[in-house]
Structures are given as C-alpha cells and as structure tokens.
Design a protein around this ligand. Structure first.
Ligand code: FES
Length: 152
C-alpha cells in the first residue's frame, strides 16, 4: 500500500511497514515470549510516562508485556485499551476518540473505553461482540503511569 497511490496517510503506511516487527506472531518471536504461559506475565507494568506525556487529542501507543495498548487522556482520567481492533486488528489507536469512546478507522466500529463494549449507533452496548482488553491505570509515588494486567 502506498500513500501516494491510495491517498492513505504517511503515518499509516510507515506504521504497517514496521508493524510486523512487534505485532502479531512476529512480536512473540522477537520478544522471546513464545512458550511463556500467562502465569509468567507480570501483574503490572510501569510505563515510565507521566500524565504530561499524554496528548488529549491522540492516544499514546505503549508496548506492554501483554501486547500493544493505547493510553487515552479523557479529561483528568487516563484510560488504557488494546491498541488494535478486536474485529480485524485495525489500528484502533489511530481512530478518532471522544467522550470515552474510540472509533476504529477501518470499519468504524465504536468501543467504550471504560467497559470495552462495542457500541451501537445510539451509543448502546451491543451484546455478543468481543470486548476491548483494558488495563486499570494508577500512578506510582513519582506520578508515573502504571498499568495493571488487562481485562477481560
Ligand atoms: S478492524 Fe476495526 S472495525 Fe474492522
């Protein structure tokens, strides 16, 4: 896919050109995690980021031991959800977000960042769809953002 031919953004093209390094099966190999069971995963992950590192206009991509996540600044609240869409793994973190919900740029599925539920056109949760994995967010004594193991 070329940005010049399809009108896509340069960011998206560069992203997908490099995504295979850390997303999908390649990520498991590159990080040496193959063969680890979930019991070996940490219960929390210090991001090293502080609230001032976050931009309310766009999420901050974070690679964690549990996979790619995105941090959203919603008012004073920091929310964390998986960076790629449960539908077909579109780059959810590149979608638009407002009011605690994010819309995937590929097929416009919309998710509530707090509950992880897929939302219908009226903002009502739609049953039967995979929820976004989300991490509880806290801060350490220095104000750095710490993520808890994702749910569900
Ligand atoms: S990949 Fe996100 S809605 Fe289809």
């Amino acid at each position: 896919m070329s940005a010049a031919r399809d009108g896509g953004t340069f960011t998206t093209s560069v992203f997908w050109a490099t995504a295979g390094l850390w997303h999908g099966a390649g990520a498991v190999e590159s990080h040496g995690a193959r063969g680890l069971d979930s019991r070996a995963m940490p219960a929390s992950f210090p991001t090293g980021l502080v609230r001032a590192d976050l931009d309310p206009r766009r999420p901050r991509f974070v690679e964690t031991p549990w996979g790619a996540m995105a941090l959203y600044l919603e008012g004073e609240e920091v929310l964390c959800a998986q960076a790629f869409c449960p539908h077909l793994e579109g780059p959810l973190f590149e979608g638009s977000h407002a009011g605690g919900a994010v819309t995937c740029p590929w097929h416009c599925w919309r998710y509530d960042l707090r509950s992880g539920a897929r939302l219908g056109p009226l903002g009502v949760p739609l049953p039967g769809f995979e929820k976004l994995k989300r991490c509880a967010v806290s801060t350490d004594a220095q104000g750095r953002i710490v993520l808890a193991e994702p749910t569900p």
